[in-house]
Ligand binder design. Structure first.
Ligand SMILES: *Cc1c(COP(=O)(O)O)cnc(C)c1O
Length: 425
């Protein structure tokens, strides 16, 4: 039986939809080829890191208790350090999420009466609580609760950095101890920050910034380019292992990579002062973390291809998409603006129906911890909440934007698009 007949008999996908997607795939061939080139380069980078670190099966072994001399933990940090061209790295299953990872890094670097400056406008929703500057009273345990000041320079229209404003703020506030940039767009409708753009802003603000570390929320951006922020002048990057660098296999965790002195400071916040990276066990095997980072460049390429296909087809259906199929993709995310609640909800429900896990459940909006509006989410994932696996979500508020990302295999993502198209008809 050919694909088209199977799709029709098994999933009720009409031949017209199959044909439409084929046409878009032909148009996208040169774009896919670019993603493939980046993936190939990054795969070599990863293999070189494994070789440098002399990874052996003994590194996969679980540890219990304090985890003194845990070879797996240390070697995993070593692999990430080499890949990202950094001096040191923390890679830990003890980091419960991306937000926790970034929070640990900020608390590790900042002290009472210090300020930190975000140069990419309003940060990701879940970080607002960590910062504590956006509510009347500081939330318990937030940076503001500890007397740390927050400053922000918005991006200019079109997503460009406001270099004069950044330099002016740096001059006016001598207590700034960290400069912070977020690459991926989160729930904002703006372009994500490319490596070239980041390199350029770092060069331009460096004279005003002196030796203040520039640290980067790299969530969703790992392996989308040949270089990472730490290879173009940033002192530190942070991200989640249930996104790109976990390759779909890491069950939890986060990473922080960067300059030795910064990583050391952060390590004393991760565990305890004076203990740092000496402790931390993991009673399950480290294998999925190693295997995940090994697969990550390939999986990221699958996700990029899927995102470009969604973008191309949905733009053709009359929806505003961001980025468009031919735009640069600094991250794996795809925003689709539906304008109305109905197609957005149907779209997300269609993605869910095509999932390997929980294909039989129907998602509706719910009040998710850390988010202000009800969020609807398609997440039929093996790893709970993993967004390197195909997932789509968005706050149910005008203009009804769905944020799609991930996809471990391009083939699955393609089927999900067909489902969503049928559902929206
Ligand atoms: C995913 C993400 C985070 C962290 O989110 P968690 O859900 O806590 O893992 C932070 N910043 C950006 C831009 C992200 O995409």
């Amino acid at each position: 039986m050919d694909n088209q007949t199977f799709l029709q008999q098994q999933f009720q996908i009409s031949p017209d939809v199959v044909k439409l997607i084929q046409e878009h795939e032909i148009k996208l061939a040169p774009v896919f080829e670019e993603f493939q080139k980046v993936a190939e380069y990054n795969q070599y980078k990863v293999l070189a890191a494994f070789q440098k670190e002399k990874i052996s099966t003994r590194h996969f072994k679980p540890t219990t208790g304090y985890g003194y001399d845990s070879e797996g933990r240390d070697a995993l940090g070593g692999v990430f350090k080499h890949i990202f061209g950094a001096q040191a790295a923390i890679v830990s299953p003890l980091l419960a999420s991306g937000t926790h990872t970034i929070s640990v890094a900020l608390f590790g670097l900042l002290r009472p009466n210090d300020a930190f400056l975000c140069i990419t406008g309003k940060p990701y929703d879940t970080l607002l609580g960590v910062i504590g500057a956006h509510s009347e009273t500081p939330p318990d345990g937030s940076l503001r609760d500890f007397g740390i000041e927050y400053l922000e320079v918005p991006l200019l229209p079109g997503g460009k950095f406001d270099i004069p404003a950044i330099c002016k703020t740096l001059k006016q506030h001598t207590n700034i101890k960290v400069i912070y940039a977020q690459r991926s767009r989160g729930y904002e409708f703006r372009p994500s920050i490319s490596i070239d753009q980041l390199k350029d802003v770092i060069e331009k603000i460096r004279p005003a910034a002196h030796n203040i570390p520039i640290i980067v929320d790299n969530c969703y951006c790992e392996f989308c380019s040949e270089l990472e922020p730490t290879q173009v002048g940033a002192q530190l990057i942070m991200g989640s292992l249930i996104k790109n660098p976990g390759g779909g296999l890491a069950p939890t965790g986060g990473y922080i990579a960067g300059d030795e002195d910064l990583i050391s400071k952060i390590s004393h916040r991760l565990t305890a002062a004076n203990l740092g990276l000496e402790i931390g066990s993991y009673a399950a095997s480290y294998t999925p973390f190693f295997q995940g980072i090994f697969l990550a460049s390939h999986v990221t390429c699958q996700a990029l291809k899927g995102a470009a296909l969604f973008s191309s087809v949905l733009e053709n259906r009359g929806f505003e998409v961001f980025p468009t199929w031919s735009d640069l993709r600094p991250d794996i995310t795809q925003s689709i603006c539906f304008g109305r609640e109905e197609p957005m909800v149907q779209f997300i429900q269609g993605i869910q129906q095509a999932s390997p896990v929980d294909s039989h459940v129907t998602p509706y909006g719910w009040d998710m911890p850390g988010y202000d509006d009800p969020v609807i989410m398609a997440a039929g994932t093996f790893v709970d909440g993993a967004s390197i696996e195909l997932s789509a979500d968005g706050p149910i508020r005008p203009p009804y934007i769905a944020y799609l990302q991930g996809g471990l295999t391009y083939e699955h993502t393609k089927l999900a698009l067909m489902y969503a198209l049928q559902k929206m008809e």
